[in-house]
Design a protein around this ligand. Structure first.
Ligand code: GRF
Length: 210
């Protein structure tokens, strides 16, 4: 039985597209967007996937909107919920309902640079290595157990846009990989650490051939 995945997104949807095209052992049972005009929703429709647009601006109360969102997601009976550029902070109740089967991608090497404008902040700090992280979502923003990371060297003449583009390329590699491991039942998520089941000695999981 393949892994039932619900994708949540807000915009462009390039990570979702990478996931959809990666030939993973998953069934994308719904793509839910909080902005009806999101390009990611249009792409999902083109692929013939079930899409749902829940416009958050019509629901000013965050807790009430997230309760609605959680019910919508649950209706599709997901084994895994994938945040693919979902640009709203989720309420603790939403996270509690899906904890352990809720993944996010963040454009930095967490725990460095949680939050927004990660590439600008990395350049401002002068870091030499930047990157991206797939992690399980917990109540603390951008702090859940790390599944996989990819490193991206920073160049002396980098701009935020150029760095973002190179990080995005890596996002498109590591998110499908993390989802494949989850779908194959290979992720062991214990005490805030994620290891590969068939590689119990590994303390962390790195992309191969980075
Ligand atoms: C990505 O940089 C992702 O890391 C962040 O939001 C952006 C979404 O891009 N969470 P896209 O919609 O997947 O193209």
């Amino acid at each position: 039985m393949s892994c039932r995945v619900v994708v949540l997104l807000s915009g462009r949807g390039s990570n979702f597209q990478a996931i959809a095209e990666a030939q993973l052992p998953i069934d994308i049972v719904a793509v839910v967007g909080n902005r009806p005009q999101a390009a990611g929703l249009a792409y999902a429709r083109e692929r013939g996937l079930t899409t749902v647009a829940l416009d958050h601006t019509e629901h000013p109360d965050r807790a009430a909107f997230d309760a609605l969102l959680a019910d919508e997601v649950a209706r599709h009976r997901p084994d895994l919920v994938v945040l693919a550029g979902y640009m709203r902070i989720l309420s603790p109740a939403f996270i509690a309902r899906f904890e352990g089967r809720l993944l996010n991608i963040h454009p930095s090497l967490l725990p460095a640079f949680p939050g927004l404008k990660t590439h600008e902040r990395a350049l401002a700090e002068g870091v030499k290595i930047h990157g991206c992280t797939v992690h399980f979502v917990t109540a603390e923003l951008d702090h859940g157990p790390i599944v996989i990371q990819a490193a991206v060297p920073v160049r002396a003449d980098d701009t935020a846009a150029a760095l973002a583009a190179r990080v995005l390329e890596q996002e498109h590699r590591i998110y499908p990989q993390a989802i494949r491991w989850f779908a194959e039942g290979r992720l062991l998520n214990r005490h805030g650490r994620v290891n590969l089941k068939d590689d119990p000695a590994s303390q962390s999981v790195f992309p191969h051939g980075a």
